[in-house]
Design a protein around this ligand. Sequence first.
Ligand SMILES: Cc1cc2nc3c(=O)[nH]c(=O)nc-3n(C[C@H](O)[C@H](O)[C@H](O)COP(=O)(O)O)c2cc1C
Length: 322
Amino acid sequence: MPSTPLHTLLLSTQVFNSSCPWSSEIEQLRELYLSPSTGAVVTRTSTLDGFAQDLKIHGHAFLKSSTSSFNTYGYSPHPLPYYISAVKTILEENPSSTKPFIISITSSSGDELSEMASMIVNLRRELGDLDSKVSRIGIEINTSCPNIPHHPPPAYTPLQSFPSLLSPMLASLPSSQTLGLKLPPYVQIGQFNDLVAYLETTVAVDGSASKISYLACCNTLGGVLGLGSELSDGGEGEFDVDSFAGMGGEAVHPLALGNVHRLSLLLSASPHGSLRTISLIGIGGATDSKSVRRFIKAGATAVACATALGKKGVGIFDELNA
Ligand SMILES: Cc1cc2nc3c(=O)[nH]c(=O)nc-3n(C[C@H](O)[C@H](O)[C@H](O)COP(=O)(O)O)c2cc1C
């Protein structure tokens, strides 16, 4: 199967995992990396110092009736240095592989996010990845987790939130850095237009938007209540049916397809050439090869999944590739 370029990364197939608790531990990351059916591996989102996870309030559950999930997690309990060390270990174990890792990070501070991105660039330098034509390490900024009290997803207000959050990092990243933004599901045209306006304003002012290589659509849909009787066993945490959750899986597939297609149309119509180079990763209800094909038809370069991985294990990628 021919490889698919994603800026400086080379995807060995067009399907892989999206950031989730099943890409949280080094053993899970190694299993995902060694599967011939994953084109890349995305780590669970980390913060600089680790997130205080409490399984009394954080957890996940699956729906009985479809491959769909509810979750109330924040971010990984492991801090970014854990993922830097895990990625270094696995890449050193597989020196001849070009399969990339994408390290997912987040912060509500632009300076801290810039510091975190520099730590990842330093890892690339250490591994000789900065001088190589094909990179093995990308960065994804999670701007869309719906489950953090008092911190609504900044990607719902890109014109207000993105300049201070992203500009310090964009100013310092090398051009060889593959960088993605993980977006929430948008539900009306004004939200898409605001994102594109942010990208166009930034690129027109200082060229920064051209450093964004891809948009990952979408994160989970927030504000959802899980109905106890419809949830199956096999989750984690004392999942409280009264807690607001983020929903993923088949239940959000049409919305995710619509987001990819809308962004594909808007980016390709942009007068700014650099916006037309931004790739889209389709995420949301990829559970079989048909859903993968739908995302590609809607405009995605590649397709990732979390819920199906959590429910079915790493073997799901054989099915997605079929
Ligand atoms: C239990 C769970 C935890 C998740 N944690 C993260 C996360 O840490 N960072 C992130 O960017 N997305 C996270 N997501 C969102 C997924 O990466 C994905 O965008 C979303 O679930 C839609 O894809 P799916 O339908 O394949 O699940 C999580 C999803 C689930 C189900």
